[in-house]
Design a protein around this ligand. Structure first.
Ligand code: SAH
Length: 217
């Protein structure tokens, strides 16, 4: 990496990102620590490394984006709101950045991604970071991962038009689905499996890539 790359990925740049997340209302200490210590620049192309600690989504190829740090932080906070989840299903792992953040905060992660080269790249990246509590599969996240269900949390960074009913069935009792839902206008939804049924809460307006059914080689 050149001089500038090293400078822009410095500790100071990362501290600025953490401050920005706190200014936006992120308070969970472990979440902030996980983001502070994760080298986000390793998840993007080297040409974009100098922007990797800005609070923006960044392209990762195949028309997809690495999630904005604020969204990763927000969804992680929601995932941890009732304590440390044991088993998490992540839909649309993309670069593996959100997966890597979550890996230090939860028991284990099953992650599904529909674009094969992204699966391979993320798998390599997670291995080089010595993250071992993640299983990554090439598949359609809309189908969930039934042989590994139930999950304490199901979370995703791509938006289906509606809450997928089939995914709710893979939640453990008390479990939560955290997912952007909608078309041009999306809302981050949190759906909790309670003894009285599924309780839906709208968290905030968001902007994610669409969740697309089927897989790409
Ligand atoms: N958190 C990821 C976000 C990647 S963007 C990151 O930080 O890199 C969302 C991802 O969802 C894309 O990689 C896209 O290919 C994937 N995706 C979209 N629909 C999907 C589906 N039905 N099943 C699995 N992955 C899907």
């Amino acid at each position: 990496m050149n001089q500038m790359g090293i400078g822009m990925t410095s500790q100071r740049t990362r501290e600025r990102l953490i401050q920005r997340l706190m200014d936006q209302g992120i308070t969970h200490f472990e979440v902030l620590e996980a983001i502070r210590s994760m080298p986000r620049h390793l998840f993007v192309d080297e040409a974009l490394a100098h922007r990797s600690y800005e609070d923006t989504a960044l392209p990762i190829g195949y028309g997809q984006t690495l999630s904005q740090p604020y969204m990763v932080a927000r969804m992680s906070e929601l995932a941890l709101a009732r304590g440390r989840p044991g088993k998490v299903l992540e839909l649309g792992s993309g670069s593996g950045y959100q997966t890597a953040i979550l890996a230090s905060l939860v028991g284990e992660i099953c992650a599904v991604e529909r674009i094969k080269p992204l699966v391979e790249r993320a798998r390599k990246q997670l291995r080089s970071l010595k993250i071992r509590n993640v299983r990554l599969r090439h598949g359609d996240g809309l189908e969930g991962w039934s042989s590994e269900a139930p999950f304490d949390v199901i979370l995703g960074a791509a938006a289906p038009e509606q809450v997928p009913a089939g995914l709710l069935e893979q939640l453990a009792p008390g479990g939560r689905l955290i997912l952007p839902v909608g078309g041009r206008r999306q809302t981050l939804m949190m759906v909790t499996a309670t003894p009285d049924g599924y309780v839906e809460e709208a968290v905030e307006a968001v902007n994610f890539v669409p969740m697309i059914s089927g897989v790409e080689r």
